[in-house]
Design a protein. Structure first.
Length: 569
């Protein structure tokens, strides 16, 4: 039976409890939603004692299903004030699941200044005070903990920005080589972890075995069919060669690449940061493409990026980072972007929110677009906690308020990521209406990009598909039909030893999305917050010269029509 591991930082106790029967079909984001909405006051302070940090592996994590061991990290967001789930690779999801844990819940708060590490291994758990790790970067923290607990240990940690309570703080997970370069970046969950007094969770995978399911033979047959779909994904070779940086040219070509802080949708200097340049530097310097972010990944879109001397600089350099720290800031040098990525990973910062905060600051005299060394110095200021650094570390919306800026690209306090919504209007609907705030992974829509018609329907479907994938632990790039509810029911049933119908899978996704919506409504984030920044409705975005003109009535239909029978009422 799957269990929940509860860590109480106030009392310093750890206990296990069985997963409630009504949560049996849930994992990942869906389970996180159920726990959070049942146990956390929506009106409470995100950094107060009532909030909780939840780590929940996807339902398929730890099984033979490839590319299906993603981890959901969640809590009430310091950035948005609403519910937040951030999804991450690495092996933490797989290890937690094989330990029999459906979720790890960190609750309560240790005393001010406390720096604790939770170890979870085959022999039990241990909560230690580790004051020597206080305000250390993620790289030093991970190295020290792997030296202490073994090189195979998986580390989930925060950097100094999480300890300082910054709303742009991320939660780091080590990759297969032990580098803390996989990040649950969005929503400021690193600050939630830091406010508990929890520096890291260390997971020992020794002796753990693959989960074969309650009906192993039936599950194996279903898993084989699923695996074949993933292995035959048409875009797999592209991801292995170029990773997500390979889509920079396409995004610029369709006018959706945020450039010079969302003033343009195409970047005239993209040759310095695009997939071709990225691949050239990787090959010249002995880096690597085609790397898995977690064991069992068949997509392998990750990478290792070396500096000009052939030494490791960063890993997992992705499109979102290259855009928000590159074209968004008019920086066309991949070495500078990679350096910024490393610093964000080490300090524990979301690269999207950080790039957006610097973009907002470029509207003042304190930072100029195109100033790579200046951007590096500002990220150091965030990591050191200077006054300006603390403002930037609270995200772009706070930067806007502090400096009196009206042009801030954020929704519900969270910065818009690397896909311009005036050129991708369906995705703009997701940004506006998702309970997660502006988040491309909450429901990616690319169809009829410049049309303002039918986008609420497209976004609703995409949001339901995304919440299902995050609940099951499936990577966004795994090319399986996420509308094939028979496929997922046929996997869930034998895995859990239950009879699961496609209708139950549909209801699972719908109810999870509505729980998130209800939490936000109770937190004061009502329909008035379901909108894009005002400037995007009046300022045309080159090259298409489009504004975001989906009506407020259409935005309201995303949730207003979610109770129709076809959505699983």
């Amino acid at each position: 039976m799957r269990q929940i591991l509860r860590l109480n930082l106030t009392t310093g106790t750890v206990r296990r409890e069985p997963l409630a029967r009504e949560m049996a079909l849930l994992g990942g984001r869906g389970l996180l939603d159920a726990i959070l909405t049942a146990e956390v006051d929506p009106a409470g302070h995100p950094l107060g004692p009532g909030n909780k940090l939840i780590l929940a592996p996807g339902l398929f994590a730890g099984t033979s299903l490839p590319t299906s061991s993603r981890l959901s990290v969640g809590g009430k967001s310091p950035l948005t004030g609403g519910i937040k789930e951030a999804n991450v690779g690495g092996n933490a999801g797989q290890v937690l699941a094989r330990m029999g844990l459906a979720a790890l819940v960190a609750e309560g708060q240790a005393g001010e200044g406390t720096c604790r590490v939770l170890f979870v291994g085959p022999q039990g758990t241990e909560l230690e005070d580790r004051p020597e790790l206080k305000m250390k970067g993620n790289y030093e923290t991970a190295a020290a903990l792997r030296q202490r607990y073994g090189e195979e240990a998986v580390v989930v940690s925060i950097g100094p920005c999480g300890e300082m309570g910054m709303a742009a703080a991320s939660v780091a997970v080590t990759d297969l080589e032990g580098r803390p370069c996989r990040h649950a970046g969005r929503g400021g969950l690193g600050a939630v972890m830091g406010s508990r007094g929890l520096k890291a969770v260390v997971l020992d995978p020794a002796g753990l075995k693959m989960i074969k399911g309650e009906r192993p033979e039936e599950f194996a047959r279903a898993a084989k069919a699923y695996s074949q779909q993933v292995a035959q994904g048409a875009r797999n070779p592209f991801w292995r060669d170029y990773g997500t940086p390979g889509i920079i040219d396409a995004a610029s070509g369709r006018g959706s690449l945020p450039t010079r802080y969302f003033r343009e949708g195409s970047y005239d200097k993209r040759a310095g940061i695009n997939g071709q340049r990225f691949k050239e530097l990787i090959d010249e310097r002995g880096g690597q493409t085609g790397q898995p972010c977690m064991s069992g990944c068949l997509v392998r879109c990750s990478n290792v990026f070396n500096d000009a001397e052939g030494e490791y600089l960063t890993s997992g350099l992705e499109y979102e980072t290259i855009c928000l720290l590159g074209s968004n800031l008019d920086i066309d040098d991949l070495d500078t972007v990679a350096r910024l990525d490393f610093l964000c990973d080490d300090y524990g910062l979301d690269t999207i929110e950080t790039g957006a905060a610097l973009g907002a600051l470029s509207q003042t005299e304190l930072f100029s677009l195109g100033d790579g060394p200046g951007a590096i110095e500002l990220v150091h200021q965030i990591g050191r906690g200077t006054v300006l650094g603390r403002v930037l570390g609270q995200g772009a919306a706070v930067v806007g308020r502090v400096f009196g800026l009206t042009r801030v690209a954020a929704v519900k306090g969270q910065s818009i990521p690397a896909h311009a919504p005036r050129a991708l209007k369906g995705l703009g609907v997701t940004y506006a209406t998702s309970p997660q705030g502006a988040d491309h992974t909450a429901g990616f829509v690319i169809e009829e990009p410049l049309s303002n018609q039918g986008q609420s329907e497209r976004s609703r479907k995409a949001q339901l598909n995304s919440i299902l994938a995050d609940t099951l632990g499936i990577c966004q790039f795994a090319e399986v039909d996420r509308t094939d509810l028979d496929l997922f029911a046929g996997l869930m049933g034998p895995l859990l030893g239950l009879e699961v119908t496609p209708e139950e899978v549909k209801v699972l996704a719908r109810e999870a999305l509505l729980r998130e919506r209800d939490f936000n409504l109770a937190a004061g984030l009502g329909p008035a917050f379901d909108r894009l920044p005002e400037f995007m409705a009046v300022e045309p975005l080159p090259p298409h010269e489009e504004v975001f003109d989906v009506s407020r009535e259409d935005l309201a239909r995303v949730f207003g029509e979610l109770d129709r029978p076809e959505w699983g009422r």
